[in-house]
Design a protein around this ligand. Sequence first.
Ligand code: AMP
Length: 219
Amino acid sequence: MKIILLGAPGAGKGTVAKLLTDFDGSVQISTGDILRAAVKEGTDLGKEAKAYMDRGDLVPDSLIMKIMEARLREDDCRNGFILDGFPRTIPQAQALKELLKKLDVRLDMAVNLDVPKDVILDRLTTRRTCSNPDCQAIYNIKSNPPTPEGTCKKCGSPVIQRDDETEDAIMNRLQTYNDKTAPLISFYEKKGLLKNILSLSSVDTVEEIKKHLAVEGVD
Ligand code: AMP
């Protein structure tokens, strides 16, 4: 499958993307994960991106497109990809369209995970993330806590609250989403590529996406 997952921060794009990779081996490409790994490694990209990320602002489009052009050219994308957290702005969506044309790749659909605002706020403030950049398992202190010692159940690393999950950064990320990313919903709707899913459970959402893919004849 070659799909985009749209949705506010905390809508569950990462969880849904991971479940979908188990389904058909398409790769998950999360610009957020790529950027966090770069910050952790202290690369030039990481140094440039960190301040934007900590404030909950978007990293400049030019930097993101450089990352995505290189990533989408990698061999493992040939069988399919799930874009998680990209595109985030109209210029990124336009640049992606040109890039896919150049690579001769056709997008199957853009899925919008529609989640009520109170659910989003609750999820973001209770979310914790594994600090190991190779793991990044997501926990929730209410519904899916880490071990009682605060470590990851998968890899044993400390589970932390991300810098961009403080209350100020969360409010800024939601505002940025409304201003810059929500307009992508009508961008893809006009292109006939949008599927809107009321998404309260990741498992149900994945089933619904699979149904849409079957109807479109995507394997
Ligand atoms: P995420 O994990 O997708 O919420 O991303 C975490 C942070 O990385 C965002 O708040 C942005 O600062 C940055 N980021 C991730 N993806 C993008 C993107 N496509 N465009 C600009 N900034 C991004």
